[in-house]
Design a binder for this molecule. Sequence first.
Ligand SMILES: CC(C)(COP(=O)(O)OP(=O)(O)OC[C@H]1O[C@@H](n2cnc3c(N)ncnc32)[C@H](O)[C@@H]1OP(=O)(O)O)[C@@H](O)C(=O)NCCC(=O)NCCS
Length: 432
Amino acid sequence: MKVEPMTGTATIDPSARTTPDAGRTAARSLGDVVVLDAVRTPFGRAGGAFTRTRADDLVVRCLRELLRRNPELAPDAVDEVAIAASTQTGDQGLTLGRSAGILAGLPASVPGYAIDRMCAGALTAVTNSAAGIAAGAIDVALAGGVEHMGHHPMGDGVDPNPRFLAERLVDGSALVMGRTAENLHDELPHVTRERADAYAVGSQQRYAAARAAGVFDELMVPVAGRAEDGGWTLVTADEQPRPESTVEVLAGLRTPFRPHGRVTAGNAAGLNDGAAAVLLADAGTAERLGMAPKLQMVSYAFTGVAPETMGFGPIPATRKALAKAGLGIDDIGLIEINEAFAVQVLAFTDAFGLDDDDPRVNPYGGAIAIGHPLAASGARLIGQLGHGFAAHPEVRYGLTTLCVGLGMGATVVWENPHHHDASTTIAAGAST
Ligand SMILES: CC(C)(COP(=O)(O)OP(=O)(O)OC[C@H]1O[C@@H](n2cnc3c(N)ncnc32)[C@H](O)[C@@H]1OP(=O)(O)O)[C@@H](O)C(=O)NCCC(=O)NCCS
């Protein structure tokens, strides 16, 4: 497999990576980082099927499944477990990466840690792990996230510093994500409620088609949850999707974040319980183990934007990540963007000159249909992009991107290892 470095860095021969002296590892780059597998739980509605399922057990299920279906990887070959959650108390406390690793049956020698960047938690777990792999500090990592929004409602237990408001560091709306989405509509009057609702219906339809085609079968692992009769059952499907959605019905929904607003339960992600995780390694280790990469990292970037309009975040983050890769948006054949709100996706597509129903964007549906258990979603996006890469060898590059609370954006650019013409090099310095 060709290993494409980030701009200006020489490609390293995998066989030359480990020097015999002092255990030193020869230089790697982000281009040496590959995703070998990704899995998520079904996403439940907060207060739904996972009401009696522990948050940590959701992410443990993902880790165990990754180990089960990748027997080439000895558990003690995992160098790090990085698990994100936005709320880190109760069943999401106790340093999740470490506690989930032990609960998943990893040997005591495998370390782990907890991580938080709200909605980009899992993506940050992945980029931190990738940076560790690129630096040669680790070879194999499990990275992911979990959010049980039923057990931990958004903002629960948070005590924002009063100076935020007293010193007008942010507007009060910045702390309520739905209100930031209304602010986005204010700044983008051409993104009407009608456009947002139409986008939301499209997401539901794409999800329904993908589900019928079996796309999620390999991306999901069933988890024990509450049955309708009050007993226990195996939860095998997402709870939130509403494939019957129509623009006519959505137009009649109330706007909970502002009287006569534009953001509704129909064009926003819901409140969900779920977990997702990915298996990362350096390309040389993957090759030695005989494991085929699903995605290869190219570049990543995080940026800050005004907290009151946090939905703008993916735009500068994507520009920055593309610039680092020396790529433009026209080079990107698949985009997995988290749909916190339809308006935030449309802000992104407008900024990059894409149609509202561009087939490259969320081809299997997005969070409006699937759900958005905050810190888990980044790993879900990676799984779906990996599926898209395998299904579309004509696509060479794709990206995963999310907006983040308190005004941030997160983007990772990926290369498709299945691409049938991976011989051309990335042009350095191409504009976005
Ligand atoms: C928008 C939000 C407040 C809605 O919460 P909710 O009121 O509990 O949502 P519900 O699922 O009960 O939906 C509300 C109503 O809309 C209806 N509805 C929702 N989606 C619908 C759809 N696609 N089609 C038809 N009706 C729909 C529901 O049936 C319900 O109707 P009812 O009031 O008659 O029972 C909540 O989902 C939310 O806060 N989302 C954003 C989460 C967020 O901020 N995440 C972080 C992003 S950065």
